[in-house]
Design a protein around this ligand. Structure first.
Ligand code: GDP
Length: 667
């Protein structure tokens, strides 16, 4: 018989996590109701055999406590588990009491009570399989910080729980007139015939024995399961140790009290007395109620399962999805995109990126060192003389280029590009809807890149070191660099002309030439001239002057580069654009070589493995579930699927239980 309730409790636990407000499945539990201080907690603790409930006069039960007692022969040390919390198995009942107190006290007095239940499972070898719900006690008076309608709030919370098919354990203190028992009044409202109510009369020691006996014989408020009288007061801790079983202690005290008073021997049914008998009755009544409701429960589960299966088919075409399979599928998508990226972002791409950076650097150096030089026009026109001034210019430009910290600059550029690209493909992948998963991916990227950064940048820097002292260029390299330099300067010239065109268009040719004339006259005149144009226009004019000058220089430089002189590498001082280009090519080739080996190849190898590690192997099932839940659509699918699976399992179990029952009946 013990097995039956245990199995039903198992089924209840399976269903518990998936039940929502629309669910009609309810498995019977014993609901403990009574006025404050009627002795509810003492009775529950005497049944369980441990002191674990919150104590105090300050309304310490503010939330329902759903208590599942699991009888387990093998359990040598009793333990408790709070469902829905990560506390693990707790063997110290003082700690359980503290947690329960904290969870209850978290409800502020002005709120009074809250109907979100605390779920606690106690597993031990000395307890029966029972499912009990402790509720806040009915109150008659309330303090100033509590809501004025607190009694109504408590009453409606209790009313929610005392509905069919639950069993009502109405706790009444013997020293309070039963006619005033709020618990019995509430029970009579929902169970007028008293068919599913058990009366518990506590504090039997506080009234004369003959009066106690007459209460138990109660004829005014008859209940189908009758009344049981108990003396549940938990003795002072000094009189027992927490390791002892409280049920035994309470029972032995009850025995000595009841046997000391001959009136109790006259009771027609002795089972009307004591915690042990109450326990037996509860086991029996719960089992009977569960068995009576078996068919109804099975039907409700089946109907909810049908509904759920239909929804799953219509919405998701019966496609099985787990958190693991979902993440794995998404990872496959991301890895495919990553493979494509790794094929695209290769040596050539890196070369092009670095080329652009070094071209910028070369243009800056040329502008700063050459084009701003007052003698540039004369020198370019003659273009045949190489004195120390121009030699020094090129040497210092080369030095600036080779000592620019290429190792750091190039590695950083490639790591930034990789991070950006990975972020792009991850956001475009299904992980785009999972901010948490995106963070895992980006962290994996950053961690690998960080690990590779120093090595790569040092390798590049070490290998370009010789160029800081000497750069040798062969004829072929010179030829190629000359073409590139021509393109570079031509492009700069085009940009310059485009900028001029823009100003011309904005101001109009006539106004522009007026402004330019004015600026010319102003430059030539020793006296200040009356200003006929606004400051903005004058600025535009000055910019135009600068661009025109730049255009002249660039055109001259282009003709020099195209000339015979620049065909020979020996003319490097006359053609700095070509030589700097050649140097930058040398630097880039070296950098690309090492970035490819030390950074790209390593990253492309490590990244997919790191993703597997972080998103599949290292995540706990809770972390995995919370990642998946980030996508509401997938969350609903997995929830519905989980519900369907739980209902299937519950139905399977309840059917086999029903079969077992039928067999036992026929045997
Ligand atoms: P609750 O508020 O309904 O949970 O009531 P408690 O279990 O906290 O009991 C209220 C008070 O009554 C406590 O001081 C208990 O020690 C005391 N008490 C409980 N049961 C008995 C009993 O059977 N006899 C006596 N004398 N006192 C009891």
């Amino acid at each position: 018989m013990m097995i039956f309730t245990k199995k039903m409790i198992e089924i209840r636990n399976i269903l518990h996590d998936i039940q929502d407000d629309n669910s009609h499945i309810t498995l019977p539990s014993i609901v403990v109701v009574g006025s404050q201080s009627s002795g509810k907690s003492s009775v529950l603790e005497a049944i369980v055999g441990h002191e674990f409930l919150p104590k105090g006069s300050n309304m310490v039960t503010r939330r329902p406590i759903e208590l599942t007692l699991v009888h387990s022969k093998e359990t040598t040390t009793p333990y408790c588990e709070f469902n829905g919390f990560q506390f693990g198995q707790i063997t110290d009942f003082t700690k359980v009491q503290q947690i329960l107190t904290d969870l209850n006290m978290a409800i502020p007095p002005r709120q009074g009570v809250n109907d979100d239940p605390i779920r606690l499972t106690i597993c031990a070898s000395h307890i029966p399989n029972l499912s009990l719900i402790d509720l806040p006690g009915y109150i008659q008076i309330h303090s100033s910080d509590q809501p004025v309608d607190l009694d109504d709030k408590i009453a409606s919370l209790c009313d929610k729980y005392i509905q069919e098919p639950n069993i009502i354990l109405a706790v009444c203190a013997a020293d309070v007139d039963l006619a005033n028992s709020t618990a019995l009044k509430a029970s009579r409202r929902v169970d007028p015939l008293g068919l599913r109510t058990i009366g518990v009369i506590t504090k039997m020691d506080l009234i004369p024995p003959e009066k106690a006996v007459s209460i138990l014989r109660n004829e005014h408020y008859p209940l189908h399961y009758g009344y049981i009288g108990v003396i549940s007061k938990v003795p002072q801790l000094s009189m027992w140790s927490r390791n002892q079983n409280l049920t035994d202690i309470v029972s032995s005290r009850e025995r000595s009290y009841f046997s000391a008073h001959p009136e109790f021997r006259e009771l027609p049914v002795l089972p009307m007395l004591g915690i042990q008998n109450l326990r037996k009755n509860l086991i029996h009544v719960l089992e009977y109620t569960m068995s009576k409701n078996l068919q109804y429960t099975a039907d409700s589960i089946r109907s909810e399962l049908d509904d759920c299966s239909y929804q799953y088919k219509v919405q998701y075409n019966d496609r099985l999805l787990t958190a693991e399979s979902y993440i794995a599928e998404n990872l496959d998508v991301l890895k495919a995109a990553f493979k494509e990226l790794s094929q695209k972002l290769d040596k050539n791409e890196v070369r092009a990126l670095l080329k652009e950076t070094l071209n910028e650097k070369i243009l800056d150096l040329l502008a700063e060192r050459y084009w701003m030089d007052q003698n540039i026009l004369d020198w370019t026109k003659q273009s045949r003389t190489v004195d120390e001034h121009w030699q020094y210019k090129l040497d210092s430009c080369v030095s600036m280029l080779t000592r620019m910290g290429l190792g750091r600059v190039s590695t950083l550029q490639v790591t930034e590009l990789l991070s950006k690209k990975i972020e792009e493909i991850s956001k475009q992948s299904p992980f785009g809807e999972h901010p948490g998963a995106l963070q895992y991916i980006l962290n994996a990227t950053q961690d690998i890149l960080r690990r590779r950064y120093h090595n790569t940048s040092e390798q590049v820097e070490n290998c370009v070191k010789p160029y800081k002292f000497e750069v040798e260029i062969d004829d072929e390299e010179w030829k190629a660099s000359r073409s590139e330099a021509l393109v570079l300067i031509q492009k700069e010239l085009s940009l310059c002309q485009a900028a001029e065109e823009k100003i011309k268009k904005a101001l109009g040719s006539k106004r522009l030439s007026q402004i330019l004339d004015f600026l010319d006259s102003q430059a030539k005149s020793s006296e200040p001239l009356p200003v006929a144009h606004s400051a903005i226009l004058l600025d535009q004019g000055r910019l135009m002057q600068y661009l025109q000058m730049r255009e002249t220089i660039l055109k001259l430089r282009l003709s020099t580069l195209k000339s015979k002189t620049c065909k020979l590498k020996e003319s490097k001082y006359l053609c700095p654009e070509i030589f700097l280009n050649a140097v930058s090519n040398k630097l880039i080739n070296t950098a690309v070589l090492f970035i490819n080996i030390e950074l790209l190849s390593e990253f492309y190898y490590q990244f997919p493995r790191e993703l597997d590690q972080r998103l599949i192997h290292s995540l706990t099932s809770d972390q995995l579930a919370s990642l998946v839940d980030e996508n509401p659509r997938v969350k609903s699918q997995i929830q519905l699927q989980r519900k369907k699976q739980a209902l299937e399992l519950a139905l399977l179990k309840i059917n086999s239980l029903a079969m077992l029952e039928r067999q036992t009946d026929t045997d």
